[in-house]
Design a protein around this ligand. Structure first.
Ligand SMILES: [Zn+2]
Length: 275
């Protein structure tokens, strides 16, 4: 009788995972699992079941829509209190936000999608650019064409260079705050992607109502967001000084982007090779 009871008990224990649809051992790392997540590797307990639409959907909802740490939550927080998100993340409050690299990848993917469906990068329109009086007219026109090519045909490489250059400038200008370059770079993944999202939303709505959004307005909204996010992020510096530092950073950035980058590419790359 005792053995029968024991036997029955162990049989029901053996079949329990099937009844509850859950395994006692994590399928990813083989450690016992007792909660919604594996305490050892962090895999979700639901992942122990066979792949189903429910699992895929809940994974998608978790990563993108989840109000706690999803993309839209992170985007919203980066709009209303960008500095807080950046500082919290660097301080270790990370789980509640979409990770910066994933955030960047989602934003770039949305950009690629919208580029593909809505926008024809117009390489035919007349390149309009700054005129540098200390350079020859030939050099000026070459730089104008090159600048246009960078911004349209090589938009991805262009975006990538901006992601790297901006934090380098902040690193030098705000060195007294002792941020590491990698910290400013990581935070910039958030800010850059949010700037991108703002532009995409503007473009999308102007496309919806059939309104041609002027390029200077796009540039202005990007710069406004850079200003807004860095003004919030570097809050340990007196506000008047901070405004000066940010403006200086923007000038340095424009110098690098509009002049140095375009100038050196124009010198070293013949236009025939690029078109
Ligand atoms: Zn595990």
């Amino acid at each position: 009788m005792y053995f029968l009871q024991k036997g029955f008990f162990s049989i029901s224990l053996t079949f329990m995972p099937i009844f509850t649809g859950m395994n006692q051992f994590c399928q990813n790392c083989n450690k016992p699992i007792s909660d919604n997540y594996c305490a050892h590797c962090g895999q979700r307990a639901i992942a122990n079941q066979r792949l189903s639409w429910k699992e895929i959907f809940s994974d998608f909802a978790d990563n993108v829509l989840n109000l706690d740490k999803g993309f839209f939550f992170t985007f919203w927080k980066l709009l209303v209190s960008p500095g807080k998100v950046g500082r919290n993340f660097l301080r270790g409050e990370r789980k509640k936000y979409t990770s910066p690299i994933r955030y960047l990848i989602i934003a770039v993917a949305i950009q690629a999608f919208i580029d593909y469906w809505l926008l024809e990068a117009g390489p035919n329109e007349n390149p309009d650019f700054f005129y540098f009086p200390f350079l020859s007219a030939e050099m000026n026109s070459k730089m104008a064409i090159m600048n246009h090519l960078i911004a349209t045909k090589y938009a991805f490489a262009h975006n990538l260079s901006m992601i790297i250059i901006f934090p380098a400038i902040f690193y030098v200008i705000f060195r007294r705050l002792h941020y590491r370059y990698i910290e400013l770079l990581t935070v910039n993944f958030y800010y850059f992607s949010s700037g991108l999202m703002i532009v995409l939303i503007l473009l999308f709505f102007s496309w919806l109502i059939g309104f041609d959004f002027p390029i200077p307005a796009i540039i202005f909204s990007t710069i406004a967001y850079v200003f807004w996010s860095s003004f919030h992020f570097f809050k340990d510096i007196h506000w008047a000084k901070r405004v000066g530092y940010i403006l200086l950073s923007l000038v340095l950035f424009m110098l690098m982007r509009v002049f140095l980058l375009t100038y050196f590419i124009s010198i070293f790359v013949p236009i025939e090779n690029i078109q």
